[in-house]
Design a protein around this ligand. Structure first.
Ligand code: FES
Length: 340
């Protein structure tokens, strides 16, 4: 490995590169001792008196490009490892401000000698570190990024990010009914709901059955004088289904009530006043005025209802009781009112 050049050698080379602007080599030889060593060891106040030879070496650097010695002196002064070059102070007219304190591991702090290339390299690295330091601070994440105010691009970007999930939610809401309707689960659920509703309606209808309002079985039909002898009243046929008959039966003048129901198959016969008989329109059965059958398919006489004179003197008919002639029930006093 090549041996590192000393400061004196570097300065000698630099002066040699200057091209003999100075004729006295003895000054160049003395310069290393007078420019470098005293610059690091002797205070700046004593330089003008103790080292006059150093002044001519520093003067050329004021008007020309800096030599290696000037650069070296300036670097050492900036590094702060030693009292730097007084000539540069004089040439600049002001003292350079110390930039940074040397770290404990730096060569200046440890007292090791550095080559100019190493020092330049260290300076570049220090400057690059200083230049990069604010960027690192600025780029250090301190939390969620906030949108920059007044930046339209940032606003549009954040608005687009917020709009995407909102639009997706709306689409999902619109498509949900279609998905449900088209799925087998939705069809089954619809069928179940319809069946349940129909069953509920049927149960409600079952709990409210049809009510057939029938006339009362017991009712009053007026005074006995309203029914003259030998007559059949059809006044209550349509409303109560009975005839009121005043006639003689077995030698007695009686008032009784006959059901208007044919004993054949239940049709409603008609009273024929001209023929003095009840005639069934269905199969032609005929009945006398007393109710006894005499023609047609009717197997037996018409039936009587219960009748009585109420406490108010009115005739009261009770259809809840019936009396059949073939059974001898017409003999029951409840089936007629005997007139005096
Ligand atoms: Fe009256 Fe047949 S129903 S005759």
């Amino acid at each position: 490995m090549a041996k590192n050049k000393t400061t004196a050698e570097i300065l000698a080379e630099a002066r040699a590169q200057d091209g003999g602007g100075r004729s006295a080599p003895s000054a160049a030889d003395a310069a290393p001792e007078s420019e470098v060593a005293p610059a690091a060891e002797v205070p700046a106040e004593s330089e003008p008196t103790e080292k006059p030879a150093a002044a001519p070496a520093a003067k050329p650097s004021a008007g020309k490009p800096k030599s290696t010695s000037d650069i070296l002196a300036r670097l050492r002064a900036e590094k702060g490892g030693s009292k730097p070059a007084a000539p540069e102070k004089k040439a600049a007219g002001k003292s350079p401000a110390p930039k940074k304190a040397a770290t404990a591991t730096s060569p200046a702090a440890t007292g090791e000698k550095q080559s100019p290339l190493e020092m330049l390299k260290a300076m570049r690295e220090a400057k690059q570190a200083e230049a990069a330091e604010p960027k690192e601070v600025a780029e250090t994440p301190s939390g969620p990024k906030k949108p920059v105010r007044g930046n339209p691009a940032a606003k549009r970007k954040s608005a687009a990010k917020a709009e995407v999930p909102r639009r997706g939610f709306l689409v999902a809401c619109l498509m949900a009914p279609l998905v449900l309707v088209s799925s087998p689960f939705a069809a089954a659920w619809t069928f179940f709901s319809t069946a349940t509703a129909a069953f509920s309606l049927a149960m409600a209808r079952f709990m409210m059955p049809n009510v057939l309002i029938e006339p009362p079985s017991r009712f009053k039909v007026g005074s006995p004088s309203d029914y003259p002898g030998g007559t059949v009243s059809t006044k209550w046929k349509a409303e109560f289904g009975v005839w009121i008959v005043n006639t003689e039966y077995e030698g007695k003048s009686l008032i009784y009530a006959l059901f208007s129901i044919c004993t054949h198959l239940g049709c409603t016969p008609n009273w024929l006043e001209g023929e003095q008989k009840f005639k069934c329109p269905c199969h032609g059965s005929g009945f006398y005025i007393d109710g006894v059958n005499f023609e047609g398919p009717a197997p037996r006489p018409l039936e009587r209802t219960a009748i009585r004179i109420a406490p108010d003197g009115m005739l009261e008919v009770d259809k809840s009781q019936k009396f059949q002639q073939e059974l001898g029930q017409w003999e029951d006093s409840k089936s007629f009112i005997e007139l005096a």
